[in-house]
Design a protein around this ligand. Structure first.
Ligand SMILES: CCCCC/C=C\CCC/C=C/CC(=O)SCCNC(=O)CCNC(=O)[C@H](O)C(C)(C)COP(=O)(O)OP(=O)(O)OC[C@H]1O[C@@H](n2cnc3c(N)ncnc32)[C@H](O)[C@@H]1OP(=O)(O)O
Length: 302
């Protein structure tokens, strides 16, 4: 499997991705609902459903994990689906959206880093880096159709796309709220934020752990459009058409020119970034606050 980073990254899950997917439908195709014609075959896995439309060259990728928390399995399945579409010259764009009601993506799956050993935390963080690198540098046009809450790691997934359309619902807030959980966004999340909304706005939003409701997200430039919920998908398709109207080679080289330095910074320090992450999250104090936070989330439900 070709990796965005070259040769250094080889988490067990990605070396044996199919082992994780035993019993799932990844690799199998089935007719899309209401489809059946050319290009209407969907494929997917337990946690990622892909609805490809060969005629338009656009695939809709739907996340369908509980709360779309980024578990190791979800990260792995996302990378595999992305790679599959990247390698198929039929496709020029992906619309990324959620199949879970009210949540686009809940960010890091905190159960992957709470009560786990350092080796697991390292494997998990490398998978997170890998997904970000692949999305951020993807040659395809990625449009995020954000149809639910989008905190922290969810916001990073959205920021890795080329364009963001957010549903106009005050509950669907978006931003990097790490500081409020007592954790710190690593430099590459910070860089992605700065590249999108600028230095001063990022400085404020990161320190305050701001989660922006739709109108404010639009104002600060975190999203490109805010539309009624039932128009998110159609607006994402219109945005996609606008981006696909540009010749691929020119758009791809320009994207690379804009993003490469940010990605290279992580590639140069990937191991150190992993070590920082692991030593930080494995501290007793951080483990205690993660535990308390997870407990709060579980109780809130009841
Ligand atoms: C100095 C060196 C520094 C080095 C770097 C160090 C650290 C870097 C780490 C930085 C990166 C952090 C990025 C992150 O993503 S942290 C995660 C942040 N995410 C959140 O805070 C979101 C928490 N979730 C929510 O706010 C809500 O769940 C919601 C997304 C708004 C959805 O609300 P609702 O629809 O009401 O769903 P529930 O709240 O009932 O949740 C359902 C279910 O899902 C569980 N859950 C939710 N989020 C997570 C999660 N992120 N991880 C794990 N599990 C989650 C929740 O507990 C419920 O579970 P049960 O059904 O089992 O009860």
């Amino acid at each position: 499997m070709a990796l965005a980073s070259g040769v250094r990254f080889a988490p067990r899950a990605l070396l044996r991705p199919w082992a994780l997917l035993r019993g799932t439908t990844l690799g199998r195709t089935e007719p899309a609902a209401g489809g059946g014609g050319d290009g209407a075959r969907r494929f997917g896995s337990q946690r990622v459903l892909v609805e490809p439309d060969a005629a338009s060259g656009v695939a809709v990728m739907k996340l369908r994990n509980p709360s779309n928390a980024l578990s190791l399995e979800l990260l792995t399945e996302l990378v595999i689906s992305l790679e599959k579409l990247e390698n198929d010259k039929t496709f020029r764009g992906i619309i990324l959206t959620s199949d879970c009601p009210r949540v686009f993506c809940a960010g890091l799956d905190l159960t992957e880093i709470c009560g786990r050993n350092p080796a697991h935390c390292a494997e998990y963080w490398k998978a997170m880096q890998e997904l970000w690198l692949r999305m951020y540098l993807s040659s395809l046009v990625l449009v995020a159709a954000i149809n639910g809450a989008c905190p922290a790691g969810g916001c990073i997934i959205a920021l890795s796309c080329d364009c963001r359309v957010l549903a106009d619902n005050p509950k669907y807030r978006i931003g990097l709220n790490e500081t409020l959980l007592g954790i710190i966004a690593p430099f590459w999340l910070k860089d992605t934020y700065v590249n999108t909304i600028g230095h001063r706005a990022s400085e404020q939003a990161l320190q305050l752990g701001s989660l922006f409701p739709p109108a404010e997200a639009l104002q600060v430039g975190l999203v490109d459009q805010v539309v009624p919920e039932d128009q998110v998908q159609s607006t994402a398709l219109s945005e996609m058409a606008r981006w696909l109207a540009v010749p691929d080679h020119a758009r791809q080289l320009t994207k690379n020119m804009m993003r490469k330095a940010t990605a290279d910074r992580l590639l140069r320090q990937r191991d150190a970034d992993t070590q920082n992450f692991v030593s930080f999250v494995c501290r007793d104090s951080i483990q205690k606050s993660l535990q308390a936070y997870l407990e709060k989330l579980r109780q809130r439900k009841g």
